[in-house]
Design a binder for this molecule. Sequence first.
Ligand code: INI
Length: 169
Amino acid sequence: MTTHDHHADPADPHGHLDGRGRRFALVCSRFNDLIVTHLERGARDALLRHGVSPNDIETIWVPGAWEIPQVAKAVAATHRFDAIVGLGAVIRGDTYHFELVANHSAAGLARVALDTGTVVSNGILTVDTLDQALQRAGSKAGNKGADAATAALETLTTIATLTNNTPTS
Ligand code: INI
C-alpha cells in the first residue's frame, strides 16, 4: 500500500476512511448554538458513518469560539483523543470583535495542532450573515461540521500511514 492509496478514487475520496478505534473530541461553542448544534450533529454523523464508535466521540461545550483553542489544547494534553474538531460560528456584527474572534480561533486551532501533534481540524464558520451560517450547517452548502470531522479522520489516516512508512535509518 502506498501513502496515497486512500486518495485513489477522486470521486469518493473519503469512501474507505476507517475510523474504527479512533477517538474524537468535538469542541463546540455555545455562542450561536442554533448553528453549532447542527455542525455537531453533522460531525458526529460523519464519524459514525466512518466506523467511529459512539463511545469514542466526546462533545465538549465552551462559551464561544474564542475559548475553543484553549480547551482544545487542554483536550490534547489528556492524550485521550486522536483528533479534535473545533466547531463554532462567528457571524459578522457591526464591530471589529468579529475579526478578533475569527482570527484568534483559527490561528489558535492551527497552533494547537502544530504544537501538540494531535490532529485538529477547523469547523468554525466565519460568515457575514446568519443565512450564510445556516446554509453551511446542513442545508444548501452542506455541513461544515461533517467536512471538518472527515478532514480530521483523513489527516489522522495520512499521518498514520506516513509514520508506518517512514524509514528509520
Ligand atoms: N463567539 C462566537 O462563537 N461567535 C461569535 O459570532 C461571537 N461574536 O460575534 O461576538 C462570539 N463572541 C464571544 C467570544 O467567542 C468569547 O466567548 C467572549 O469574547 C468571551 O471570551
